[in-house]
Write a protein of this length. Sequence first.
Length: 131
Amino acid sequence: MTSYREALLAMDAGNLAPQDFDHQTHIAVAFEALREDDFFTASKRIADGLKRLTLAAGVPEKFHATITQAYMSAIAEAMHLGDAQDAETFLVQNPDLLAGVFLKERFSAACLSSDLARKVALLPDRVPDVA
């Protein structure tokens, strides 16, 4: 892939190889989708693409609705609060998204490991500590 935009288009077309889709690319592709579409359209686009990827990898059960929606929300919020004009800058400005810390702050391990969380975008079951 020469760009995250091209990765998004390849994911849309079902041509993105699962081995080319690491966590960083996942976040950057979501950023690109959110730049192009409104939140709900971008969320569906990414969810559909992830379902195609997990199916192509032979592990459709790995699609996780709660994590997907949580990341889409967190990325959209960071985009709104920040000023990144491209995915590369966005990634540098938001290392917390790469680390996934916000998931552990908002969701218990029991919630995220549940079958329901894989199928339904659950709301957080924890209140983050506010210092």
